[in-house]
Design a protein around this ligand. Structure first.
Ligand code: UDX
Length: 433
């Protein structure tokens, strides 16, 4: 099928590349000319494992093209995907200005019947609204149907998720339009959930808010584990073996960041408020998440008896999670800021992201450090030579903000290991269990 994708951010670029790879003819549109020029040459504008190769292959096969021109992109297309950003606006509300602009562009350009598919995360009712807006502003008398198809990909695993997702959600008010979208994805053989548009939109918010709640719940349990002397990783393993709970997303640490959970939890809380309702569980999850970063800094402060003046702190990881260059809502930003306010001297290293405090290598970063903080659990850090690092640092103390390092091994190497919710292990040692 011939498809156009509006927006070349994470969602748009991955969607466009995926659709090309499974045999469709795809044109991606963006207003950013620089981005489009880079993409035309096969250079991805985001860091995403596996993307570059797929991009290059499909450009070569001429299954994928990029343009800033809507008329070019819409020529003979059967489907137009909207994959533009819906950033957090005032009061936590989703900002729909890019969606509105995309709706205008479609209405003013399209000259044949088309199905519009909204991939962007949008509040329930937006698909209805977009359909009305396009119909209202149409220049040519054509038929338009809007279908909701929310995206569930995780950054850093976007390609894997796109090809092997758990489900594809299709929300439509008109059977044929939903069928068309279903047939587009058929080669993927991923289970399909067919529903109405508002339910499809709600599935995305409900899923993200639930996952955020799961993380914040575990972070609260971790804080209690610290207080009573238990190990939250053992607690998570024990809980996770219950199939009704599942082990995924039970990892305590410094809380969630990124482009989705922070924004979508705020948006769903706002949505409830508009209905004079309160989502108190989600509100609490947001509060707990914000507090978790401060708690981590407090741990560092406590270790140094409240005085970080001129202490060199080596921060490992800037990105909000591994395998991405995304810094949106990254806990590292708040943590660095608070440490600096307390007089610490910051050195950082991230395999992909750099800032003004970046050292040339992990080993440069930790040299003469009074403490090392693991903020993003990149594999490079987990498999680093901790014996060597131990020789370079001034103080052999590691604060593991992700509970991702091998605590027992580090202790054997003479490190003081401080995780999140692992106080029992710190006091009694890791070796004995
Ligand atoms: C998330 C959803 O997983 C995805 O389905 C949706 O489309 C977009 O939002 P993403 O933000 O890319 O994806 O990353 P994800 O891997 O889900 O992690 C989100 C955040 O939660 C990260 O900051 C991560 O560090 C944190 N997290 C995750 C935890 O703190 N503990 C966990 O157990 C899992």
């Amino acid at each position: 099928m011939k498809v156009a994708v509006i927006g070349t951010g994470y969602v748009g670029l991955v969607t466009g590349t995926l659709l090309a790879e499974i045999g469709h003819d795809v044109t991606c549109i963006d207003i950013d000319e620089m981005k489009i020029e880079l993409l035309k040459t096969g250079i991805p504008t985001i860091y995403e494992p596996g993307l570059e190769q797929l991009l290059k292959n499909n450009l070569e096969k001429q299954k994928l093209s990029f343009t800033t021109n809507h008329a070019t992109a819409f020529q003979n297309v059967e489907l137009v995907f909207m994959a533009v950003g819906t950033p957090q606006g005032e009061n936590g509300q989703a900002n729909l200005s890019y969606i509105e602009q995309a709706a205008k562009d479609i209405a003013q350009t399209i000259d044949h019947d088309v199905t519009v598919v909204i991939k962007s995360t949008v509040p329930p009712g937006t698909n209805d609204y977009v359909e009305q807006q396009i119909l209202k502003n149409l220049i040519h008398p054509v038929k338009i149907h809007v279908v909701s198809n929310p995206e569930f990909l995780r950054e850093g695993h976007a390609i894997e998720d796109a090809f092997h997702g758990d489900r594809i959600v299709i929300g439509s008010e008109q059977r044929e339009a939903g069928d068309l979208v279903e047939s587009l994805f058929a080669p993927l053989q991923i289970p399909i959930v067919r529903t109405d548009r508002r339910s499809a939109e709600m599935i995305k918010y409900a899923a993200n808010a639930f996952l955020a709640v799961k993380i914040s719940y575990m972070n609260e349990i971790a804080n209690l584990c610290d207080a009573i002397g238990a190990d939250v990783t053992a607690v998570a393993d024990g809980m996770g073996m219950d199939k009704r709970i599942g082990r995924a997303f039970l990892n305590a640490g410094i809380g969630y960041g990124g482009s989705c959970f922070p924004k979508d939890t705020e948006a769903v809380v706002h949505l409830a408020k508009q209905q004079a309702m309160q989502l108190s569980i989600v509100e609490s999850a947001i509060k707990t998440n914000k507090a978790q970063r401060h708690r981590f800094v407090e741990k560092v402060l406590r270790h140094f008896d409240g005085n970080l003046t001129n202490k060199k702190i080596a921060i490992l990881g800037l990105a909000f999670k591994p395998n991405t260059d995304d810094m949106r809502e990254a806990p590292s930003v708040t943590i660095i800021d608070e440490l600096q306010k307390n007089g610490a001297i910051i050195h950082v290293f991230d395999p992909i992201v750099t800032n003004e405090y970046s050292a040339a290598s992990l080993y440069d970063c930790v040299t003469k450090a009074d403490a090392v903080l693991l903020v993003t659990e990149w594999q490079d850090f987990l498999h680093a030579d901790w014996t060597e690092i131990g020789k370079l640092v001034k103080g052999k103390v590691i604060f593991d903000g992700r509970n991702a390092l091998e605590a027992d091994k580090l202790q054997q190497l003479g490190w003081t290991y401080i995780g999140v919710g692992r106080e029992r292990k710190r006091v009694y040692g890791f070796q004995e269990s």
